[in-house]
Structures are given as structure tokens and as C-alpha cells.
Design a protein around this ligand. Structure first.
Ligand code: C2O
Length: 551
């Protein structure tokens, strides 16, 4: 194992997309940001210097951060923001994980441009459990805004309405030929040789869209999700939610096919309340020797992807994931549970208290809000982890996150009369090593909609899922406790539920939130406060001396 040192200089840089040239926050002037390639067991030391006129923090999405919660990064949860001119060193060891993860800013909507791949190779001399690919290619799926994303979310929060949608979906930052005003230089090209196999390391870095993904005339073999191996399965259309990663093998045709360029496409999956961008965006898979003309790029036949609201297709795809559960890669699924939780997850509303021009832009002249168990999360003014380390909770957090929604109702049917949320920084305290089950139930308060929930500090097993209301007496019996997939982000299905299990063996404060940034901004978040265990190696170490302070 090695120590790998990086410098992240956060700086504004000029980028042109869709004929719009603007200055955007970048790491080291790069958009998307630098690719980190490490091995399992390595220690990463990343010195961040903030040279933009805004706060910033960085999150290493999916890294378990075993006893290194100070490096996790969500602003006001594990640290105060790094202020303009300030710096902070993130230090953590990659423990028992390999595959594709990623890093992104975790303050406001800065992750729109501050993101990049984090590739974890197996320890030296250890092979993949699938044939070694000819080449490995990280592919970040993102969203480009012509406007400043910070202004987009600020305006939405001010008016109470939904934010403007992005202007393009991107592949490694490039929008491709679907959009007016993109040149062929704006198209991501994956060049392949006949008969060779490529490992695509897919990352959904989009702010607000779950995405379908496919490659015309090519089948994809899914081998990994969220840096955990899965039993390989073939698919022609993938579904990947913001925060999720997926490693897929693509084998090029044995001989050069007559048409040597194929569309790689993404399109949104959504039942969103409000507007969304229903564009299919394109990159190109090009066999060596082909030189796809700009005109040809625009008319490539698209892979067939499900309709934008095809929840059935999404459920079928999600059901294909199984962990390897082999002798070499065992599934350590908790068979018994110490504490069961039921969280109703969804949108809601706030009264229109500060109208803009007499109205609020949310549903029925209210403001949009989002909640779990009717509580809309309020970011504290200081970091929860610091408060926890000093055991100074007063005025910062309340350890009384509700065990159930305010009034149980038919979650996938008629909404309750009171759709208003309550606000608070409320957490669930857990004693060390508690085995936790959480049933995440979608609600139809403003309309059924899926929510990609991400848990910091842990991977969890997805032991069950279904449509309709969760029913403990029937649904528990159908759980998969043999080979359920292990993930860090799972979509709570539209008008359905999902059950996850994890063992709270990592002390610290860990946020769990919807990875659609607009829902996170509206409060779709909560936190677990995992107490220290009795042994010295079960305690949260003291904070690094350079941890940023809130003034
Ligand atoms: Cu990828 Cu809390 O986020």
C-alpha cells in the first residue's frame, strides 16, 4: 500500500459549451476534474486550496471512511466549509473496497462542475473476477447549465419553485451532437478495436436526473456497482441514478462492422413533479479507422432506451443485481436486526411566508420542500461531527429524528390533508455495532417520484424492494439474505419501497440524503450519529488540526 498525494487547487477557469463561454469552478483548471487512480489499501492525502469566491468542501463518494469521518466532506455535517483563501487536507485510507467511485464538491450546487472519477484498483497481483479488459475508460455522465448553477438554485429557493433544468447532458463534460451549437469537438469518442473488450466505468454525476444508458448494437455486461462486484449480467439499457457508479464490459464486434460508428446515448428516467429535460444525448463508439463526419454524428441510429417514465423497465433492471456471494467475495448480510426504521421519503410543501411579487412558485402557492418522516433537514451552522466530538449538542442538533411519519397514510395513494413539512436538524443516535434495517417508502404527497438515497460512511445491502405500501408481515419473508447487492446509493422506487441493512460499526456522523441536488436543497436528508465503541480502535479519532471552523 502506498500514500498518494494530490493537490486540488479550486480555481475559476473558462469553459465553452453549447456556444456559451463562461468561468466555472474547477479543480486545477480541469473540467471535469482530475482522475484519481489508486489501489485498495492506499492512503490518499489531498490538499485542497480554495481560490474561488465561494465556500467549498469535497466528498469522496462511496469511500467508507472507516474512522476517518473528518475527511468525508459534506458541509456542516463533518466539517465547516473551506472558505475562500483557505485550505484543508483530506486524509483517508481505502479499506476493503475496489472499483469505481468518484469525488465531488459537497457544498450547495458546486458539484455541477467540481467532480471527477476515483478509480480503486485491486491490490497489486490480485485479478478482477472477470476477464481482464483491453482498456478501462471512466465515463462521467453529467449536466451542463448555461447559467450559473449557484444562481439557479438560489433563485429556486427564493421563489419557492422548481429550479430551471440544465441545458445538456454530458459525457466526460461533452454534450455531443444532439444539441444546437455543439461542434464535433464537443462529442466524446470512445475508440475501440475489433474483438477487444473495454471496461466502462460509468458514473452518474448529473445533478438532478436518473439516466438510461445504452450503446447501439452492443450489449453491456454489468460486473460492478458502487465499487462492489456483482454477478455479471447482460443488458442493453442500463439505469443509473445520480451518485451511482456501474462498471460494464463492452466487447467490440470481432470484425470491423460495415457501419463503424455507433451512438452511445443517455436519456432521463423521471416521474418528476415539474419540468425536466427530455433530450437524448449522444457520444460515439468508433471503431479504429472510422472518421465519423459531423453530419454522420448527427444521424447515428440511437440505441433503444425505455420511455422517460418507464418505471417497470427500471424495476426489472434493478432486480438483476446480485452480489457475487462467493468464497472469495462473501456477502456479509446481517441476518438479524437490532433496530428497524421506517422512513417515508418524498416531497412536501412549506407555507408561502416570504412571497416574491406576492406569490410562491411551488404547488398551490406554497414553497417546495422535501422530507423524511415529514422532517425537512436544516443544515446547522456548525459541523455536526465537531459538535459530536465535543459532546456539545445544544443548539446544534436534536437526537429525536422520528421513528415514523406524522400520520401513517396510503403512501402510494391519496396524499394526506396536511402536506406541510416540519424543519429541524434531527438525527438518529445509534450505539456502536447496531444492526440497522431501514425501509425507505416513497410517498405520493406531491406525486410519486423515485429518490436516489445515498448513505455516507457505509455500504448497505439491498435486501428487499417492491411497489405499493411496505407491508412488514408479507414483505419481510421475501427478503434476499443470500446474495443481495451491496451499494452506497439506491433509488427508492416510484410508488414503492426498498429495504436496506447495514451494521453501524463506523463511529461518526453520517448523512443520508437524496442525491437529486434539488431535493437535497429542499431538505431530503437526515443523519445517523454513530457513537464510539468501547475499544480504542472503535473510537472516532480527534479532528485534524487544520479542520475548517465555522466563524
Ligand atoms: Cu455523492 Cu452526500 O453525496
Amino acid at each position: 500500500a502506498r500514500t498518494r498525494r494530490y493537490s486540488f487547487n479550486v480555481t475559476m477557469a473558462t469553459v465553452t459549451r453549447l456556444c456559451v463561454t463562461k468561468s466555472v469552478p474547477t479543480v486545477n483548471g480541469q473540467f471535469p476534474g482530475p482522475k484519481l487512480v489508486v489501489r485498495e489499501g492506499d492512503t490518499l492525502v489531498i490538499r485542497v486550496t480554495n481560490n474561488i469566491n465561494n465556500n467549498v468542501t469535497f466528498h469522496w463518494h462511496g469511500i467508507r471512511q472507516v474512522r476517518s469521518g473528518w475527511a468525508d466532506g459534506p458541509a456542516y455535517i463533518t466539517q465547516c466549509p473551506i472558505r475562500s483563501g483557505g485550505s484543508y487536507v483530506y486524509r483517508f485510507t481505502v479499506t476493503g473496497q475496489r472499483g469505481t467511485l468518484w469525488w465531488h464538491a459537497h457544498f450547495s450546487w458546486l458539484r455541477a462542475t467540481l467532480y471527477g472519477p476515483l478509480v480503486i484498483l485491486p491490490p497489486r497481483g490480485v485479478a478482477y473476477p472477470f476477464p481482464k479488459p483491453h482498456r478501462e475508460v471512466p465515463l462521467l455522465l453529467g449536466e451542463w447549465f448555461n447559467a450559473d448553477p449557484e444562481a439557479v438554485i438560489k433563485q429556486a429557493l427564493q421563489t419557492g419553485g422548481g429550479p430551471n433544468v440544465s441545458d445538456a447532458y454530458t459525457f466526460n463534460g461533452l454534450p455531443g451532437p444532439t444539441y444546437n451549437c455543439s461542434s464535433s469537438n464537443d462529442t466524446f469518442k470512445l475508440r475501440v478495436r475489433p474483438g477487444k473488450t473495454y471496461l466502462l466505468r460509468l458514473i452518474n454525476a448529473a445533478l438532478n436526473d436518473e439516466l438510461f444508458f445504452g450503446v447501439a448494437n452492443h450489449t453491456l455486461m454489468v460486473v460492478q456497482a458502487d465499487a462492489s462486484y456483482v454477478k455479471p449480467f447482460a443488458a442493453t439499457a442500463l439505469v443509473i441514478s445520480p451518485g451511482q457508479t456501474m462498471d460494464v464490459l463492452l466487447t467490440a464486434a470481432a470484425n470491423n462492422p460495415p457501419s463503424r460508428s455507433f451512438a452511445i446515448a443517455v436519456a432521463p428516467y423521471t416521474n418528476t413533479v415539474g419540468t425536466f429535460d427530455n433530450t437524448t444525448a449522444v457520444a460515439v463508439l468508433e471503431y479504429y479507422g472510422a472518421a465519423t463526419s459531423a453530419a454522420a454524428l448527427r444521424s447515428l441510429p440511437l440505441p433503444s432506451l425505455p420511455a422517460y417514465n418507464d418505471t417497470g423497465a427500471v424495476a426489472n433492471f434493478s432486480a438483476s443485481f446480485r452480489s457475487l456471494a462467493s468464497a472469495q467475495y462473501p456477502a456479509r448480510v446481517p441476518r438479524t436486526v437490532d433496530r428497524h426504521f421506517f422512513f417515508a421519503v418524498g416531497l412536501g410543501a412549506d407555507p408561502c411566508q416570504s412571497p416574491v411579487n406576492g406569490t410562491c412558485q411551488g404547488p398551490n402557492n406554497t414553497r417546495f420542500a422535501a422530507s423524511m418522516n415529514n422532517v425537512s433537514f436544516v443544515m446547522p451552522r456548525t459541523s455536526l461531527l465537531q459538535a459530536h466530538y465535543q459532546r456539545r449538542y445544544n443548539g446544534v442538533l436534536a437526537a429525536n429524528f422520528p421513528a415514523a411519519p406524522r400520520t401513517p397514510f396510503n403512501y402510494t395513494g391519496t396524499p394526506p390533508n396536511n402536506t406541510f413539512v416540519t424543519h429541524g436538524t434531527r438525527v438518529v443516535p445509534l450505539s456502536f455495532n447496531t444492526t440497522v434495517e431501514v425501509v425507505l417508502q416513497d410517498t405520493s404527497i406531491l406525486g410519486a417520484e423515485s429518490h436516489p438515497l445515498h448513505l455516507h460512511g457505509y455500504d448497505f445491502y439491498v435486501v428487499g424492494t417492491g411497489f405499493g405500501n411496505y407491508d412488514a408481515s408479507n414483505d419481510t419473508a421475501k427478503y434476499n439474505l443470500v446474495d443481495p447487492v451491496q451499494r452506497n446509493t439506491i433509488s427508492v422506487p416510484t410508488a414503492g419501497w426498498v429495504a436496506i441493512r447495514f451494521v453501524a460499526d463506523n463511529p461518526g456522523v453520517w448523512i443520508m440524503h437524496c442525491h437529486l441536488d434539488v431535493h437535497l436543497s429542499w431538505g431530503l436528508s437526515m443523519a445517523w450519529l454513530v457513537n464510539d465503541g468501547p475499544l480504542p480502535n472503535q473510537k472516532l479519532p480527534p479532528p485534524p488540526s487544520d479542520i475548517p471552523m465555522c466563524s
